[in-house]
Design a protein around this ligand. Structure first.
Ligand code: IPM
Ligand code: MG
Length: 357
C-alpha cells in the first residue's frame, strides 16, 4: 500500500488534482495496487481555514506519506498578505526545504498530436524531449533577504549562495540521468558574472571526471534561453541552479505547446513531491477549463520515481498520448477539428484508456 498526501491547494488546483487521483485509482484497479489518499490544506485554502499557509498538520501528513500530490497554490486574494503568510513564500518554499527536495525534474516532452499547438515551427520542435533538472532548495530563493534604509532610499538585498556540496549533489543527478539518456549534459550558469556560478562551473567540471562517458557542455544562461528557442533539439538534459531553472522551465514548457502539459517531480528527500509546473491560474479557476494532463503526468512521475512502478507510469503516459491522438482537447491546447472537453472529461478519457473501456 502506498500512502499519498493530496494537497489540492488553490485556484485550478482543486479541479485538476481529483483527475489525477482518479487516474491513480484506475491504475490501482488495473495493476492490483492500493493507494491511500489523505487530503491536506495548503496555500490560500489553508490561510482561509486555519490562518497559516502551511499548517503543522499538513507538514506532518507529508512526512508520514510515501509521496505528495500537489495542485497549485496562490491567487490574488492572498497576494497582499505579509511575505511569510503568502502561499508561495509561506508554504511551497518551506515545504520544499522541510522535505529536502533539492532536485526538481521538469521534462519538456512534445506530444506529436500537439505539434501545432506550439508557437514555434514544426521543424524546430519536432521530437523535443528535454529533461531540465533544477536545483530547488538553494540560491536566491533561500538566501538572506532584507531591507536597509540608505541615503538613496531603501535598499533591498537578496543573497545568492551555493556550497560545493549543494552543487555537487544536483550535478551528480544530472550526470546520472544523462548517462541513462543520450549522455550529453548541459550545465547552465552565468560564470562570466556571478561568483556562485564560477563555483558551480568548477564543481561540475571536477565531477565530470567521474563520468567520462557523458559529454559535458557549459552554457551561459542567456545563451541557453536563446538556444532553447533557436534550436532546442541540441538539448537532452539540462542542469541548473534554482532561479535560472525557474525561468528556463517556463520557457521550455512552451516548446511543447502548453504549460498545461508539463509535469514535475521534486526529489532528494524521503518523500517525493509531484506537481504540475503551472500555477493556480486564477483567471480560469472554477470554470472547468483547466487542463489536468500536467497533474496526471505528474502522477505518472510519482509511480516511476517514488513507487518504482515504471510499467504503470508508462501506462499513464501512453493513455495520455492516445487521448491526445483521439483529438480530445482542453481550451489551452485546442486546435482546428479538436474535440473540446472540460477538466473532468479529460480525466475520464484518460481513465478509459487505462481501463480499456
Ligand atoms: C515554480 C513556481 C514557484 C517557483 C513559485 C510559485 C514560488 O514558479 O514552481 O516554478 O518559483 O519555484
Ligand atoms: Mg516557476
Amino acid at each position: 500500500m502506498f500512502k499519498i498526501a493530496v494537497l489540492p491547494g488553490d485556484g485550478i488546483g482543486v479541479e485538476i488534482v481529483p483527475e489525477a487521483v482518479k487516474v491513480l485509482k484506475a491504475i490501482g484497479r488495473k495493476y492490483g495496487h492500493s493507494f491511500e489518499f489523505n487530503e491536506g490544506l495548503i496555500g490560500g485554502a489553508a490561510i482561509d481555514a486555519v490562518g497559516v499557509p502551511l499548517p503543522e498538520e499538513t507538514l506532518r501528513l507529508c512526512h508520514n506519506s510515501d509521496a505528495i500530490l500537489l495542485g497549485a497554490i496562490g491567487g490574488p486574494k492572498w497576494d497582499n498578505l505579509p511575505v511569510h503568510l503568502r502561499p508561495e513564500a509561506g508554504a511551497l518554499l518551506p515545504l520544499r526545504k522541510a522535505l529536502g527536495l533539492y532536485a526538481n525534474l521538469r521534462p519538456a516532452t512534445l506530444y506529436n498530436a500537439l505539434m501545432d499547438a506550439s508557437t514555434l515551427k514544426r521543424e524546430v520542435i519536432e521530437g523535443i524531449d528535454i529533461m531540465v533538472i533544477r536545483e530547488l532548495t538553494g540560491g536566491l530563493y533561500f538566501g538572506e533577504k532584507r531591507r536597509e534604509e540608505t541615503a538613496a532610499g531603501q535598499c533591498a538585498i537578496d543573497t545568492l549562495t551555493y556550497t560545493t556540496e549543494e552543487i555537487e549533489r544536483i550535478a551528480r543527478l544530472g550526470f546520472e540521468i544523462a548517462r541513462q539518456r543520450k549522455k550529453v549534459l548541459h550545465s547552465v550558469d552565468k560564470a562570466n558574472v556571478l561568483e556562485s556560478s564560477r563555483l558551480w562551473r568548477e564543481t561540475v567540471t571536477e565531477l565530470a571526471k567521474e563520468y567520462p562517458d557523458v559529454e559535458l557542455i557549459h552554457m551561459y544562461v542567456d545563451n541557453c534561453a536563446m538556444q532553447l528557442v533557436r534550436w532546442p533539439k541540441q538539448f537532452d538534459v539540462i542542469v541548473t541552479e534554482n532561479m535560472f531553472g525557474d525561468i528556463l522551465t517556463d520557457q521550455a514548457s512552451m516548446l511543447t505547446g502548453s504549460i498545461g502539459m508539463l509535469p514535475s517531480a521534486s526529489l532528494g528527500g524521503k518523500v517525493g513531491l509531484y506537481e504540475p509546473s503551472h500555477g493556480s491560474a486564477p483567471d480560469i479557476a472554477g470554470q472547468k477549463k483547466a487542463n489536468p494532463l500536467a497533474t496526471i503526468l505528474s502522477a505518472a512521475m510519482m509511480l516511476r520515481y517514488s513507487f518504482n512502478l515504471a510499467e504503470e507510469a508508462g501506462a499513464v503516459e501512453d493513455a495520455v498520448v492516445r487521448v491526445l491522438d483521439l483529438g480530445f482537447r482542453t481550451p489551452d491546447i485546442m486546435q482546428d477539428g479538436g474535440k473540446p472537453v472540460n477538466t473532468e472529461e479529460m480525466g475520464d478519457r484518460v481513465v478509459e484508456q487505462i481501463s480499456g473501456h
